[in-house]
Design a protein around this ligand. Structure first.
Ligand code: ZN
Length: 652
């Protein structure tokens, strides 16, 4: 049976569906564990909306009320633009673009919005006590329509106050960047332990009567209602744990949600990273800090998954050889780990995505983030193969390759080796890249500040790129031959130099860490190899193409840059890190930029993709005993979003 990967398309977004192969073969007990973890994964959705901007929930509720009650012509321009806007808000978990971070401006008129709000039954509006509809509209209209109000979710460049300029909700009103830096700087300075907690990770920092106070996200604190629901599902999951250790992991997470104590979070993270036995696994909590300008506060996210046993053999081979890779990397010996610990790598199949992993989804995960836990206990690294497969399948036949790839030589290589080297690059990035290298003693782990995320991604990507071309990979049987790596090299350079620009709005810089990283690497290698024509940008019939003339020398450049980025991280060389990112990762060539956008537009290709989840059905017998859990792949994007808003809304 043919599987329908493409679900919906709007604005710059395509919605796909992923399959969960192997789910049917799991035991009923495992399926029940996955079910309860999946419920918990959906229950934190509102938290992320509120973290992204304090008006997001209110706006989503208002838009959904209009959607449900609209009595006018659903084919009118205003209504069509309204529907697109609502779909975008769902996709971004708020009013700012999920990737570019800019507020998107509606295509419908203020008059339309005002008329529809006034037409709603009063009970449908998220109005606070004592607030009139006039006051409500006066509050929301500028937030939605005025491009100068809350223009950007996270500001991480320029001379302005990043905290004050960011629209996100990680800091209370009136809190300045200098105050945040002083507040957490002091806490870190006072903590001389080798195992410091992740200061600020799970709280909003607010100003109360002139002094700063952390409002912790926990039971009895901020987001308590949602967290209590998450806990109730986690409690239901415990009896189905695959072993005692896994039960302890879930119970420790519950304890952390109760207390908000970051020591307990560390204890949980250690138990979690050490569990390599269980087939079912999950992430649920305040994890990644990309959304905070200072990289302290974590957004809420969840993934629920199980190990793909067959594909995991591939990453096991990589892990077993981790020390070899570390020893042979082009990095200065002082910055290498003498002993690479616990690089536990696996390939997983996701069964549910939530929070900051939905609908836009990572293809690999490497956790935990705390440097000392990684150092002392290792990290868990995963490649999400069923998501990568959905991307690959959906892109076939889109016309992209015919438009952007230089010649049939490259196209043949890409067809032959594209998927395997792409997956392998993710494996290497996650299993080895992030876990490699060490800080020199005394280096502040936060020394690279806003540039840390970009440089960390660059380090991991470069590690993967460098080794993809190593004869060791052929020897280990991971790639079929010594030509295969060229597929990923070509794809990487084409994307970093050119095609990823489609994601940037005209006139804007590159902002997002992963994109900055890819442009940094591609631009740097291009510039450094210019004299020798290692990589060229050629023009044919008015169109620009990337041509790689010398793959081996390109590998040499990747190795050189890897050594430099590792030095920057190990020494905490902020100035050098800043220069690399600002000189190569941020600025955009306007002519090339508009060319790429035009070519994309002509092909009707969406620069961004995301996913709907399967629906899990609990099948019971006549006595109410669970007989089976089955997956349904028929739910549409709008249906799913409305259902989640109806069944999993706990905050307002
Ligand atoms: Zn990464």
């Amino acid at each position: 049976m043919d599987f329908n990967y493409v679900v919906d398309q709007f604005a710059d977004i395509q919605i796909l569906r992923y399959q969960v192969p192997g789910f049917d073969k799991l035991s009923l007990r495992q399926k029940q564990l996955l079910y309860h973890l999946s419920e918990a994964a959906l229950m934190g959705r509102d938290i992320l909306y509120d973290q992204n901007c304090r008006y997001n929930l209110m706006i989503r509720q208002t838009l959904e009320a209009i959607y449900r009650n609209y009595a006018g012509d659903r084919t009118s321009d205003d209504y069509q633009a309204f529907e697109t806007y609502l779909k975008r808000v769902w996709f971004a978990n708020g009013i700012h673009h999920h990737y570019a971070e800019d507020k998107f401006i509606p295509g419908f008129s203020e008059t339309f919005f005002e008329r529809e709000v006034r037409a709603l039954p009063v009970g449908e509006l998220p109005i606070s006590e004592g607030e009139t509809v006039d006051m409500f509209l006066a509050k929301l209209k500028p937030v939605i329509f005025d491009p100068n109000v809350l223009p950007k979710r996270t500001v991480q460049s320029g001379d302005q106050d990043w905290i004050a300029a960011s629209a996100n909700n990680y800091y209370g009103e009136g809190v300045t960047q200098a105050e945040v830096e002083a507040f957490y700087g002091q806490k870190k300075a006072e903590d001389s332990s080798a195992t410091p907690i992740s200061y600020g990770l799970n709280s909003r920092l607010e100003k109360v009567d002139g002094h700063l106070e952390e409002k912790v996200w926990k039971v009895g604190g901020l987001y308590s209602e949602a967290i209590e629901w998450i806990i109730s599902e986690l409690e239901k999951a415990v009896p189905f744990a695959e072993n005692d250790k896994q039960a302890e992991i879930i119970e420790t997470l519950i304890a952390y949600y109760h207390s908000g104590d970051l020591r307990t979070f560390d204890a949980y993270s250690i138990l979690w990273v050490e569990d390599t036995e269980s087939q079912v696994d999950f992430v649920n909590g305040f994890i990644e800090t990309y959304g905070d300008a200072l990289g302290l506060k974590a957004s809420w996210e969840s993934t629920v998954n199980f190990r793909n046993e067959e594909a995991t053999r591939r990453t096991q081979i990589i892990s077993e050889n981790a020390q070899w890779f570390e020893d042979h990397s082009p990095v200065d010996t002082r910055f290498k780990k003498k002993e690479v610990k616990g690089v536990s790598a696996k390939v997983i199949t996701v069964a549910m995505l939530g929070g900051d992993c939905y609908p836009s989804t990572p293809i690999g995960i490497n956790l935990p983030n705390a440097d000392w836990i990684r150092r002392d206990h290792g990290s868990k690294s995963v490649t999400i193969e069923n998501i990568m497969e959905a991307y690959d399948k959906a892109s076939q036949g889109s016309g992209f390759s015919e438009e952007f790839v230089w010649s049939d030589t490259e196209r043949t290589i890409l067809r032959k080796y594209g998927f395997i080297t792409d997956v392998l690059h993710t494996d290497l990035h996650e299993c080895l890249g992030h876990g490699s290298g060490q800080l020199l003693p005394g280096t502040d782990p936060d020394a690279l500040k806003a540039y840390a995320s970009t440089l960390e991604e660059a380090r991991a990507d470069l590690f993967g790129l460098y080794y993809l071309a190593d004869p060791k990979l052929v020897e280990l049987g991971l790639v079929p031959d010594s030509e295969a790596y060229k597929a990923e090299y070509y794809k990487y350079m084409m994307n970093g130099l050119m095609t990823q620009l489609v994601r940037i709005e005209p006139g804007k810089d590159v902002e997002e860490a992963h994109m900055r990283n890819r442009q940094l690497i591609a631009r740097w290698a291009f510039e450094q190899g210019k004299a020798e024509h290692i990589v060229e940008m050629k023009s044919r019939e008015g169109k620009t193409f990337v041509v790689i003339n010398d793959y081996e020398k390109l590998r040499g450049l990747f190795g050189k840059l890897l050594a430099e980025v590792q030095r920057i991280k190990s020494e905490g060389d902020y100035e050098a890190g800043r220069a690399l990112v600002e000189n190569y990762g941020v600025k955009v060539d306007p002519a090339l930029h508009s060319e790429v956008r035009a070519r994309y537009e002509q092909l009707h290709l969406s620069p961004y993709k995301g996913f709907v989840n399967p629906v899990m059905h609990v099948e019971k017998d006549e006595n109410g005993v669970v007989r089976d859990i089955t997956l349904d792949y028929t739910e549409g994007y709008v249906e799913q979003m409305l259902r989640y808003s109806r069944d999993y809304s706990y905050l307002n």
